[in-house]
Design a protein around this ligand. Sequence first.
Ligand SMILES: C[S@@+](CC[C@H](N)C(=O)[O-])C[C@H]1O[C@@H](n2cnc3c(N)ncnc32)[C@H](O)[C@@H]1O
Length: 299
Amino acid sequence: MTSARHDGDTWDLASSVGATATMAAAARAIATREDSSLFSDRFAEPLVQAVGVDLLAKLATGETASGALVGQIWIDAAKIRGKFYDEFFLSAGLPQAVILASGLDSRAYRLPWPAGTVVYEVDQPPVVEFKAATLAELGAEPTADRRAVAIDLRDDWPAALRAAGFDPARPTAWSAEGLLGYLPPEAQDRLLDTITELSAPGSRVATENRPNPRPGDEDKTKERLDRISEQWRGEGFDTDMTRLRYFGERNEAEPYLAGLGWAMEGTTVRDLFAANGLPPLQDDDLRMGDLRYISGVLG
Ligand SMILES: C[S@@+](CC[C@H](N)C(=O)[O-])C[C@H]1O[C@@H](n2cnc3c(N)ncnc32)[C@H](O)[C@@H]1O
């Protein structure tokens, strides 16, 4: 059974928060197979297979139909999320990119980065080490100067980033994709403060803004996540999504970053579904439609 989060907890790609990276990659694999016109990640399927969580591997390869287990909403959400971050990095065109909580993100191996771009990938040591080793075994070559920064984001990651060659005097494109809800509220603020301190003017940032819950929302979310987790456990994958996330009030990322001097813009998932010709969200009791994909530039 998944244990509750605590200071200094660690994981690999099959356990605790690490498994959420494998779940995200499984959704990308399903999305890529279903219709790669909006978004495509050819490394998602082999990476998930290599992690070896049986159910996720079977979903990624299509051996098990996603059906009731991974609703269409999750697959469509993976498409627009993948597209948003791909476009963010490509349009930023900056000499340095930092992918925070990189998980099984394969952008350093599949995006056509401008020549000379350095891409830093930051995640817990077992996560970055596993991905690099697996992609090397697959014969994949990075399409940028990729540098792994194996560290917990609650530790002194700026020092580790600098030690890997990061230069705060140069503008940087930062992403924090699918990360903020796994940090306690103060740690989220600290992360956004630190990103800002390390950013030269002209730097860009992309992440998600989850609206603060309305009364009763969190109970509904927990019930829904409990039901989903129970279903996954019934299929042999031991997870407890409610215990992996941090709940409660927190500063919303978009106004917080704006307060730090970033000129922000964003679009809700609901509007991105419509703009990309995806069917409207239904039964959205997790309020996925209200999540905003946001990006900003530092003045
Ligand atoms: C939902 S996954 C998202 C992974 C990837 N960004 C994606 O969208 O596929 C969450 C990721 O956050 C990472 N993560 C969460 N808390 C972290 C921490 N304190 N330090 C380092 N990585 C962390 C996990 O290891 C995991 O890879």
